[in-house]
Design a protein around this ligand. Structure first.
Ligand SMILES: O=C(O)CCC(=O)C(=O)O
Length: 280
């Protein structure tokens, strides 16, 4: 198991994010990359993965067919490739997230394999939470680097303290970037600085955690935290693996969402389906 100190739990809850170096070892990273390659070679049909989304559901914010690529992505490969399940649902990961959130059990909600290719555009600032049908805040995005990532390659970055701001906007299209100055008030920015981490950089007037990654390192942040990534200015791909992991008590609100419209959940129920396994 990975030791999570009291300071790390405090850091996560105060700043909204925490770094976990070496969350996955080289063998696990290699398995994730091999599965990702298979997934991109034979991308599962989204209507097969989730069932058909309701007509009024917002469309997917990132598409592999975008004219100017932000991120190429392939999803939920654990439903298609059994060999990745032990990595995807690694009990060590569940144990870390359980301790950070302070809940008894956590479950996998979703997983995405991401590639920001050379010249890939910036990932706009957004929160995951406004898109997701969760009734409470016990949700994280566990983002893992699958390559060594330098600053020019577009590492994932998080606005410290932004998990305290509530829902700012629902992204509809990643080809449009919302600037932080339009999203945030002066008082929001004051709050963010009161919650800044010592190593944060000042970007667009707010405290941002931005640092290089070694493959296997994770950045775990609340689903309500603002995050994004600069464009990839290098000739190398920037590959990552993200899981949305939720407390087992989180309930489905019934809000339209393409990942849940047709999976068979009743509004008000826990995500108690085989496709949302509990971490052991
Ligand atoms: O990898 C990125 O650039 C963005 C990933 C992201 O926004 C997410 O996992 O929600």
């Amino acid at each position: 198991m990975i030791e999570v100190s009291e300071q790390e739990v405090h850091h996560f809850r105060r700043h909204g994010w925490v770094r976990v170096p070496g969350l996955h070892d080289a063998a696990q990273v290699a398995k994730l990359l091999a599965t990702m390659e298979k997934g991109f070679a034979h991308p599962p049909d989204v209507n097969e993965t989730y069932g058909k989304a309701a007509a009024h559901s917002p469309k997917d914010v990132v598409s592999n067919g975008d004219a100017q690529t932000v991120l190429l992505n392939v999803r939920e490969l654990n439903l298609y490739y059994d060999e990745i399940k032990p990595v995807c649902c690694d009990p060590r990961v569940g144990d870390v997230v359980r301790q950070l959130l302070g809940v008894d059990k956590v479950r996998l909600f979703s997983e995405t394999y991401l590639n920001k290719p050379p010249a890939g555009k910036a990932t706009p600032w957004h929160q995951d939470w406004p898109l997701q049908p969760f009734d409470r805040r016990d949700t994280v995005n566990c983002w893992v680097a699958l390559d060594d990532i330098v600053l020019e390659q577009g590492p994932l970055q998080v606005v410290s303290g932004s998990h305290r701001l509530g829902s700012l906007y629902m992204p509809v299209d990643f080809s449009e970037e919302q600037s932080l100055s339009t999203l945030l008030s002066k008082e929001d920015i004051e709050l963010l600085w009161s919650l800044a981490a010592p190593t944060d950089l000042k970007m667009e007037e707010v405290p941002v955690h931005r640092a290089p990654f070694t493959a296997g390192d994770a950045l775990i942040f609340y689903g309500s935290a603002l995050h994004g990534a600069p464009g990839n200015q290098t000739k190398r791909h920037r590959r990552g693996y993200t899981r949305s992991i939720i407390g087992s008590d989180v309930r489905y609100t019934g809000m339209p969402y393409l990942k849940t419209d047709s999976v068979g959940l009743a509004a008000g129920s826990a995500f108690d389906l085989p496709r949302y396994p509990l971490f052991a």
